[in-house]
Design a protein around this ligand. Structure first.
Ligand SMILES: *Cc1c(COP(=O)(O)O)cnc(C)c1O
Length: 360
C-alpha cells in the first residue's frame, strides 16, 4: 500500500468553512441560551409535533419524491402554479442547486459581502468564481456597485434581504432599479429567509417581483420563523425553466416524510406561528431601542438578530457574553451577530451590551 490518497478536486482547497453557531457554555448557575444560529426559540406548536409523531411511523418507507401535498399547500398559500415550486433540504440545499443549474468553471456568481456565508461556499464548490461587492457604510447592499460589477460571465446574483448577518433590507424601489440593469438571461435569487420578520413597508416583496420578472426567483425556508430548522425544508418559487432545473438537481428523497408533514402542519398552524413571530419582532424592536439608548448606532435590523461591530473590543465582548452562558456568532473579528431569543436571554445580552456601549 502506498501512502497516496485519492485525488480530490482542488476546489476543495479554496473552500471557506461553514461555521455553525456554537452551543452555549459558561456558568452552571445560569440558564444557557443559544443566540448563535438565528433559530426560533419557541418549540414547534402542539399540532405540528403530533403530525411529526404520526409521520415517524412510516419511516421504513421512502418519502413522496414530489412532496405532492406540501407543494400543493405552498402553491395555494402563495397563489402560484405548482410547477413554479421546488423543494430543497433547507434553502441551503436550494442554494447549492441554484448554483449548479447556472454556473460552473469560468462563470461568475455575484453577491454582496458580508452576506450569507453559504454563497461563497456553494459557488466555489461548483467551480465558478464568487464576486463579492462590499456593503455600504450603513451595512446595506450597494446595488449600484453590484450592477457595475456584472460582466458577460455573470450567471447568477444573490440578493439577501434581510441580509444575514447585518439585518438590513433592500427596498423594492432600489431592487427594481437594479433589476432594470440586470441582463434578462442572468438569474437573480432573492433570498428571503427572514421575510416573516420584516415590518418595513418599503422592503422588497420578492413574490411580487418574481411575478413580474422571469429572471427572478425567491428562496424561502421553514427554518427560521416557522421553527423547523432541525427538519431541513425550504422552497424556491421560480418560473418553469428555473423551477424545473432545481427539481432536476435535487437530492432524490431529500425532504423526508417527517419534514413534509411538519411543513404542511406549520402552514395550517400559520396564524399561531406568526403570533410568535410578532412577539419576536416586538423583542427585536425593544432590544434595538434599549441599545440605541445605551449609545449604540446599529443598522436597523428587520430580521431576528442584531449585528454589532466592536472594533478592538471584539474578543472581550464575545468572551463576556460566553461567560454568562450566551452563545453568539462572531465573524472573525469583524462583527458579532446576536439572535433575538427568549426575553431573559435578551435581557442578559442587554446588560452585557450596556458595559460595552460606545461612549460619545
Ligand atoms: C438560515 C438561512 C438560510 C436557510 O437555511 P435553511 O435552514 O437551509 O433553510 C438561507 N439563507 C439565509 C440568508 C439564511 O440566513
Amino acid at each position: 500500500m502506498s501512502g497516496t490518497s485519492p485525488r480530490l478536486r482542488d476546489t476543495l482547497d479554496r473552500l471557506p468553512a461553514y461555521v455553525a453557531g456554537k452551543q452555549p457554555t459558561g456558568r452552571a448557575d445560569l440558564t444557557p441560551y443559544k443566540l448563535s444560529s438565528n433559530e426560533n426559540p419557541y418549540p414547534p406548536l402542539p399540532g405540528v409535533i403530533e403530525e411529526i409523531t404520526a409521520a415517524a411511523s412510516t419511516t421504513n418507507r421512502y418519502p413522496d419524491p414530489a412532496a405532492t401535498a406540501l407543494v400543493a399547500a405552498l402553491a395555494e398559500r402563495h397563489d402560484v402554479p405548482i410547477e413554479h415550486i421546488a423543494l430543497g433540504t433547507g434553502s441551503v440545499g436550494l442554494l447549492q442547486q441554484v448554483v449548479q443549474i447556472t454556473a460552473g468553471p469560468g462563470d461568475e456568481v455575484l453577491f454582496a459581502w458580508r452576506s450569507f456565508e453559504a454563497y461563497p461556499i456553494m459557488t466555489t464548490i461548483s467551480g465558478a468564481a464568487p464576486v463579492q461587492v462590499p456593503l455600504r457604510d450603513d451595512e446595506s447592499h450597494d446595488l449600484d456597485a453590484m450592477a457595475d460589477a456584472i460582466t458577460e460571465r455573470t450567471r447568477l446574483i444573490f440578493v439577501c434581504t434581510p441580509n444575514n448577518p447585518t439585518g438590513t433590507v433592500v427596498t423594492q424601489a432600489d431592487l427594481d432599479r437594479f433589476l432594470d440593469r440586470v441582463p434578462d438571461d442572468v438569474l437573480v435569487v432573492v433570498d428571503e429567509a427572514y421575510v416573516e420578520f420584516v415590518r418595513d413597508g418599503a422592503a422588497v416583496r420578492g413574490l411580487d417581483t418574481y411575478r413580474d420578472r422571469p429572471n427572478v426567483a425567491v428562496l424561502r425556508t421553514f427554518s427560521k420563523a416557522y421553527g423547523l430548522a432541525g427538519l431541513r425544508v425550504g422552497f424556491a418559487i421560480a418560473h418553469p425553466p428555473v423551477a424545473k432545473g432545481l427539481r432536476q438537481t435535487a437530492v432524490p428523497f431529500g425532504v423526508s416524510t417527517v419534514a413534509q408533514a411538519a411543513a404542511i402542519a406549520s402552514l395550517r398552524a400559520e396564524s399561531a406561528l406568526l403570533e410568535r413571530v410578532d412577539a419576536l419582532v416586538a423583542e427585536r424592536d425593544r432590544v434595538e431601542a434599549r441599545m440605541a439608548a445605551q449609545g449604540w448606532a446599529l443598522p436597523a435590523s428587520q430580521a431576528n438578530f442584531v449585528w454589532l461591530r466592536l472594533g478592538d473590543r471584539h474578543d472581550e465582548f464575545v468572551s463576556a457574553l460566553e461567560a454568562v452562558s450566551l452563545a453568539v456568532r462572531p465573524y472573525g473579528r469583524e462583527g458579532v451577530r446576536i439572535t433575538i431569543g427568549e426575553t431573559e436571554a435578551n435581557e442578559r445580552f442587554l446588560s452585557v451590551a450596556a458595559r460595552f456601549a460606545p461612549t460619545s
